[in-house]
Design a protein around this ligand. Structure first.
Ligand SMILES: Cc1cc2nc3c(=O)[nH]c(=O)nc-3n(C[C@H](O)[C@H](O)[C@H](O)COP(=O)(O)O)c2cc1C
Length: 329
């Protein structure tokens, strides 16, 4: 069969599609992928032009999203029956080239890897209250193991004082975001078919113990009384890392995705409340008061949603190119 030089290979398309299922801040999809040679290897790049400049000036969340995409690439390579050979931050001079993934020895995927790969398109971010089904202790323990396997720590908050402290910090950040005109504009720009769909933010952001992002400005229209807040909050957890460099953010993203996919395989989804981690003073309070000095990377709630909504992704033609690397947009 002739190889068409100007079209990406099928394996590269498969990997790019898998990578694109990853979560990203407000669906900004701050990545692009480069196929090296014809199906010889695959690069994961951060697309700094798609970073959220006000909420993510240092690019930490952008790299976490790319780390989640990288985990999907690894699982997609396993699904094809190869061992992924991952070279993290391979070029000092290009810190946006986050990883190079090659095809190693042939080895059939394990049952667990196949179920992680199957969960990629089924995983979705949830906003608002969860349904009444509990998340079992057994699953929580497995999720801690999944994070640990990637070098991160999933700290499940089982003491109500810690949940209350975290809720206070989330709510403080969220209140500050709502009166910050420029941040509100940045967020509003992310709502719509190419960002977070309107249907995915219909729940009032103040219904759960941890305030959600007010994508649609609902809090300006009506206030949720205190007694109605908190039901359906689910299990609250913080994903953290021992260190806080670019490589740790990439590691956090891979750990996050591994946790999310394992949970999704058991019909458990996550909601995110990363507002306090976007303000250095509040992030420091989370680090000292909740995560015992480890660096908090993601704040999440886990539970069983009554319904799930998917969000669109950019077409593969926009995110996948063949080497050499395209000019930045
Ligand atoms: C680093 C990071 C931070 C995020 N922060 C929030 C958040 O604070 N609130 C929220 O509702 N979703 C948050 N999300 C989830 C994204 O909005 C979501 O992944 C994106 O809209 C794509 O939807 P999907 O996850 O359902 O595929 C975050 C995702 C990432 C990777």
């Amino acid at each position: 069969m002739a190889v068409t030089a100007d079209k990406p290979g099928r394996a590269a398309l498969h990997l790019a599609r898998a990578a694109s299922f990853a979560p990203s801040p407000h669906n900004s999809q701050p990545w692009f992928f480069v196929e090296e040679g014809h199906d010889r290897g695959f690069e994961v790049h951060a697309d700094a032009g798609r970073r959220m400049p006000l909420t993510d000036p240092g690019g930490r969340e952008m790299v976490i999203a790319c780390g989640a995409a990288l985990f999907n690439v690894r699982m997609a390579v396993r699904h094809l029956g190869f061992q992924p050979v991952v070279d993290v931050l391979p070029e000092l001079a290009d810190q946006d080239l986050l990883a190079r993934v090659g095809f190693g020895a042939h080895a059939a995927a394990t049952g667990e890897e196949e179920s992680l790969a199957r969960a990629m398109p089924r995983r979705h971010t949830h906003r608002g209250p969860f349904g009444p089904e509990p998340v079992t202790e057994g699953l929580l323990s497995d999720l801690r193991d999944q994070a640990r396997a990637e070098g991160a720590i999933l700290q499940v908050l089982d003491v109500s004082e810690k949940v209350e402290l975290l809720a206070r910090l989330v709510n403080t950040a969220e209140r500050a975001d709502r009166v910050d005109l420029w941040r509100a504009v940045e967020l509003a720009h992310r709502v719509g078919p190419t960002g977070v769909p309107v249907a995915a933010c219909h729940a009032h952001p103040d219904l759960t113990r941890l305030a959600g992002r007010d994508y649609l400005g609902l809090s300006r229209r009506y206030t949720v009384p205190e007694r109605r807040r908190g039901a359906g909050t689910g299990i609250v957890a913080v994903l953290c890392t021992p260190y806080d460099h670019r490589a740790d953010w990439l590691l956090a993203g891979q750990a996050l995705q591994r946790v999310l996919l394992h949970a999704a395989g058991h019909e458990v989804m996550a909601g995110f409340h990363t507002q306090p981690l976007e303000r250095p003073d509040l992030r420091e309070e989370v680090r000292r008061g909740i995560t015992a000095g480890r660096h908090p990377q993601m704040v999440l709630r886990l539970g069983c949603p009554a319904q799930m909504l998917s969000t669109l992704r950019r077409p593969l033609g926009e995110v996948l190119t063949r080497g050499p690397v395209p000019l930045r947009r």
